[in-house]
Design a protein around this ligand. Structure first.
Ligand SMILES: Nc1nc2c(c(=O)[nH]1)N[C@H]1C(S)=C(S)[C@@H](COP(=O)(O)O)O[C@H]1N2
Ligand SMILES: [Mo]
Length: 252
């Protein structure tokens, strides 16, 4: 990919005045630099696509900030979760030995992993901040497998553009593009601060991607679908949050 300078991007940004020209600029940028704009209804909106383009052009491989152990929040802040029901309690009582993470879609080898399987993959840790859109945040150490490793194991096809992920919790799902899916800090996390990931924080498995806001970090994930289009999921916006007015791309 050719480099677009910060200045050029600002110039492009400045030269787009009205909605139509901003949309045209966003579309052109996405096309020219091989970006992957959210493909629901073509493009979400010029503002979001320009924000997405800026992140992808200027900080494609940037790492989210990592913190020293002394800055880990004590205690971490769990977001209130709805009761997950009897079946979840049953799985929990069985120490999640029956929990499965199914991986399907555009992959050479669809698979279904147990938590123990995921724990056998190369283990990585990060001390990063989880930031909620409601204004609070906490820092924790997350341990898990890289999503990129799972994608390699199942043989994600080169034409895939997104990873869609859904939760045991009803109507809870989201998606990310391949840049974020393959980013080294994007984890399927199973531990937090050196302990099993607590249920209130998404145990047994949650998506952890520190480059995006908290709401993209879906808890209790049980399915990943590799895809080249988000149209078949819900209203096609790629994210349950987006259906309620949040941005699909929530980069920080
Ligand atoms: N399944 C599920 N995942 C979820 C949510 C949820 O309500 N259900 N809330 C999201 C939001 S809005 C945030 S900010 C984070 C909060 O993570 P925490 O509970 O570890 O603080 O989880 C995200 N993942
Ligand atoms: Mo949140």
């Amino acid at each position: 990919m050719s480099k677009l300078s910060r200045r050029q991007l600002f110039i492009t940004g400045l030269s787009v005045g009205g909605g139509a020209s901003a949309l045209a600029a966003a579309t052109a940028l996405a096309r020219r630099y091989g970006l992957v704009p959210p493909d629901c209804r073509g493009i979400y909106g010029p503002g979001e696509t320009l924000n997405y383009a800026a992140h992808r052009l200027l900080a494609r491989d940037a790492l989210a900030r990592e913190f020293p152990r002394s800055m880990i929040s004590n205690p971490p802040f769990p977001n209130q979760a709805d009761p997950l029901g009897k079946e979840f309690d049953r799985l929990k009582d069985g120490k999640f030995s029956e929990w499965r993470l199914a991986v399907d879609g555009m992959v050479a080898r669809p698979a279904s992993f147990s938590v123990a399987d995921v724990k056998c993959f190369p283990q990585h840790s990060q001390i990063t901040q989880l930031q909620c859109e409601e204004g609070w945040s906490y820092i924790a150490e997350w341990t898990g497998a890289r999503l990129s490793h799972l994608l390699d194991i199942v043989g994600a096809l080169p034409q895939a553009r997104y990873v869609f992920y859904s939760s045991f919790e009803r109507d809870t799902w989201d998606s990310i593009d391949m840049d974020d899916a393959r980013h080294p800090q994007t984890f399927i996390a199973y531990a937090m601060n050196g302990q099993e990931l607590p249920v209130k924080h998404g145990g047994p498995l949650r998506m952890r991607l520190p480059r995006q806001m908290g709401y993209k970090n879906i808890k209790y994930i049980n399915r990943l679908t590799v895809t080249d289009s988000l149209k078949g999921f819900g209203k096609g916006m790629g994210s349950i949050g987006a259906e309620y007015g949040y941005a699909w791309y929530a980069g920080i």
